[in-house]
Design a protein around this ligand. Sequence first.
Ligand SMILES: Cc1cc2nc3c(=O)[nH]c(=O)nc-3n(C[C@H](O)[C@H](O)[C@H](O)COP(=O)(O)OP(=O)(O)OC[C@H]3O[C@@H](n4cnc5c(N)ncnc54)[C@H](O)[C@@H]3O)c2cc1C
Length: 443
Amino acid sequence: MWLDIPRPDYPPLSGSVTCDLLVVGAGYTGLWTALHAAERHPDRRIVLIDAHRVGWAASGRNGGFVDASLTHGLENGKSRWPNEIDELNTMGLANLDGMQSDIERLGLDVEWQRTGMLTVATEPHQVQWLRDAAADGEGQFLDQAAVQSEVHSPTYRAGLFSPDTCAIVHPAKLAFELARACTQAGVRIAEHTNARSLDTAGAAVRVATTEAVVTTRKVVLATNVFPSLLRRNRLYTVPVYDYVLATEPLGDTQLDRVGWRGRQGIGDCANQFHYYRLTMDNRIVWGGYDAVYHFGRKVDPAYEDRPATYRRLAAHFFLTFPQLSDVRFDYRWAGAIDTNTRFCAHWGLACEGRVAYVNGYTGLGVGASRFAADVCLDLLDGDDTPRTRLEMVRKRPLPFPPEPLASIGIQATRWSLDRADHAAGRRNLVLRTLDAVGLGFDS
Ligand SMILES: Cc1cc2nc3c(=O)[nH]c(=O)nc-3n(C[C@H](O)[C@H](O)[C@H](O)COP(=O)(O)OP(=O)(O)OC[C@H]3O[C@@H](n4cnc5c(N)ncnc54)[C@H](O)[C@@H]3O)c2cc1C
């Protein structure tokens, strides 16, 4: 749905190409990296390549929630970096504001709507969680009547509204418009240009692509869930598939039955949660719940076809909005999420500081990718900045074990999270053990 709009082609690279900075991967991370690099150093030759097309992967198929959190939610950040969580929150909000001002300054048509985030409790035990979150300053607590007056669903027991920390956006337009801004800033973009290998050659780095050899001073690897060109990085992330439905556009009377005049982004607070939002033409985009890992860590388009998951998503939609039983779904799709063991981005340098990389957004990268891009540029420039001083930036997560252990561990965690959702949130021994060793996942 998102990607089916007009956009320019960017011809592949061929022959031998020389540049100052090569960015591999033209999703949000690569696009922000190239754009901000061009703005920092207008004199440098910057090339941005993608194996397929600009924004075709996660960046063109996500839910479009632009969250301020850099740590995959406050709880995850607080438990891992208690001493810098306040700074991380401040930086996250500054990043969201910075993204909004970049979009305005560059005139990017991305359907940006800063409508805030409504988190809903659909189980009794979740109501107290939202009260506690409100007491912690995360937003305004809404009791059952108040949340239902915003959005009408018989499943809602309470809500938490955070007006400032989330925007919604058209994901593919964000990618395409960033590409346009990159070109205007002098970046050369090449699609259908797969980087196959990377090695150092004296003071330079040489990257062999489908039809070209690029010699460059520096490289940023923005390849997300795809196999890293640095082999030793491959154990740090696994692909987890996320599934989405989109309805037909709702008519005025259908919309009246749901309310939702504030057009907030909505998510429930289960471990296996749903996220949903309106598009500009009033479709409901409805995703989440099943997060599926397949044995062997592969990214494979065949995994996108999972009828049982789409049926489950549809059933949950009609439980949430029974008053929309006459609404049909027009689209369904899936994408791979780049998951690491700490559930938010990690960074690093390789090849004597000439190659920077970032991975591991774990499904919350639309906003965080802009921050991550700035970190990559700081690292490559050797700058000592508040960003590079963060423990979160300096420390790497634990890698996943090889198969079959990865698969056994991930399936046991998923099963336990589902159990916790149906047992008043109580975490079993598996989850408590993972929490204790710093691998715990809390939606
Ligand atoms: C279904 C779904 C819903 C999501 N919803 C949300 C949401 O609502 N909010 C949120 O914050 N996050 C969400 N996410 C996550 C978010 O989309 C990602 O974190 C973000 O898009 C990552 O951007 P990226 O640029 O790092 O990666 P990608 O968009 O995956 O881009 C990586 C690019 O690298 C290219 N590449 C890889 N290897 C090579 C190579 N060797 N040579 C050349 N090119 C290469 C690929 O072709 C690809 O285009 C969702 C993800 C999915 C799948």
